[in-house]
Design a protein around this ligand. Structure first.
Ligand code: ZN
Ligand code: ZN
Ligand code: ZN
Length: 139
């Protein structure tokens, strides 16, 4: 009977775990979920200024290429004057549905008659009064 080799232990403890940190990834889905800046923005892009169940749209401003729930959020948090989205870029998505996070173009937003073309969420028709603050309007 030979004794087993005391130095060879295939099961010795390894305290280096190559799989650690596998669960924390705050940046996942960052493409599908663009950041929305503003004051007290909730997960449906309502803000401290407009909080009804229909205030779930965010608009991208040309000046900083950033979505804000409303022009007052931009006024309160940005350090520059707001520049509305230009007609020349109406083929680029610049209106974000806060419910399903789908970005649509301004013409798609206008044609959809104040609901989301993607998930049918109702948008606030009152936004029309401020449309010129968010994008270039016809006249
Ligand atoms: Zn800006
Ligand atoms: Zn706001
Ligand atoms: Zn939607």
């Amino acid at each position: 009977m030979s004794e087993s080799d005391p130095d060879a232990d295939p099961n010795r403890d390894s305290d280096a775990d190559p799989n650690r940190d596998s669960d924390a990834d705050p940046n996942r889905d960052s493409d599908a979920d663009p950041p929305v800046r503003g004051v007290d923005v909730d997960h449906d892009t309502r803000c401290t200024h407009y909080r009804t169940d229909r205030d779930v749209v965010a608009f991208k401003f040309q000046c900083c290429e950033t979505y804000y729930p409303c022009f007052r959020c931009h006024q309160d948090t940005a350090d520059h004057d707001a520049v509305p989205w230009p007609r020349a870029r109406f083929d680029e998505p610049s209106v974000l549905c806060g419910v399903c996070r789908t970005a649509v173009t301004v013409p798609e937003y206008l044609e959809a008659d104040y609901c989301c073309p993607s998930c049918d969420a109702a948008f606030n028709p009152g936004c029309e009064a401020h449309a010129h603050l968010y994008f270039e309007t016809e006249t």
